[in-house]
Design a protein around this ligand. Structure first.
Ligand SMILES: *[C@@H]1O[C@H](CO)[C@@H](O)[C@H](O)[C@H]1NC(C)=O
Ligand SMILES: *[C@@H]1O[C@H](CO)[C@@H](O)[C@H](O)[C@H]1NC(C)=O
Length: 220
């Protein structure tokens, strides 16, 4: 299993290499730019300080534990373990990151989008129904049932989701062409904003009864 994960991660990063020319993250201007919180002996580059390259060590480029299943006991029945620049400082300025997603049967990664990345999605275990929706006005719903070994692409910033339609747990790896892809979950951002949006506004926007909006706001 661990060997399978590392092989597929390698494949995903090779696929991402061809996207980098059009990535939004900056192209690397130096061999390494390990993110550091402490600005002593550091250079500021686009959001994160770079560690003095003379002081970098292998651990700066290493994350261990993506073989460990996440705890899916939550209201959606899935969990994402995103290894972005905050978890793996060596990703700084390289325009890549990766995630492991676990799903219990009927679990889902609910509709969301990544404001700074496209996503290459690889199924390691199980059967997932996945899809994305194109922008206004077409709103085409492009969907597919994926099985172990299948690879799917979610284009830059489009709303997408995955549902485990199998009878066993499912596991997937997602690779991003950003060191910090970001995530905006549709339901929790619209109905769980802080402070809440006026329910009259949301009722009209979503064509819902105001009581339904208030119910949703209480849920999120
Ligand atoms: C790194 O080490 C080299 C060789 O000792 C030195 O010339 C250079 O100034 C060092 N770079 C930094 C940023 O400290
Ligand atoms: C998983 O999370 C749930 C809810 O937070 C918790 O009750 C349960 O103990 C956790 N299970 C494990 C194995 O950590």
């Amino acid at each position: 299993m661990k060997r399978g994960v590392s092989f597929l991660v390698t494949v995903a990063f090779m696929a991402l290499a061809s996207f980098l020319a059009s990535a939004y993250d900056p192209s690397p201007l130096e061999d390494t730019c390990v993110a550091v919180d402490e600005p002593n002996n550091a250079v500021f580059v686009n959001g994160k300080f770079c560690k003095n390259p003379n002081l970098t060590v292998a651990e700066d480029f290493l994350y261990q534990g993506l073989n460990i299943p996440g705890n899916t006991s939550n209201y959606v029945g899935s969990i994402v373990n995103l290894i972005n620049v905050d978890q793996l400082p060596g990703e700084n300025t390289l325009g890549v990151s990766v995630a492991r997603i676990d799903y219990e049967p009927n679990g889902q990664n609910p509709p969301h989008f990544h404001p700074r990345a496209s996503e290459v999605f690889i199924v390691l275990e199980g059967t997932l129904f996945v899809g994305f929706i194109t922008s206004n006005p077409e709103h085409r719903f492009i969907s597919k049932v994926l099985n172990k070994g299948d690879v799917f692409v979610f284009p830059f910033s489009l709303i997408h989701f995955q549902v485990n339609i199998g009878h066993t747990n499912a596991v997937a790896i997602a690779a991003f062409n950003s060191q910090n892809p970001g995530v905006i979950t549709i339901a929790s951002s619209m109905f769980g904003s802080n402070p809440p949006i006026n329910p009259d506004f949301l009722a009209r926007a979503f064509q819902l009864d105001k009581r339904v909006v208030e119910y949703l706001q209480a849920r999120f």
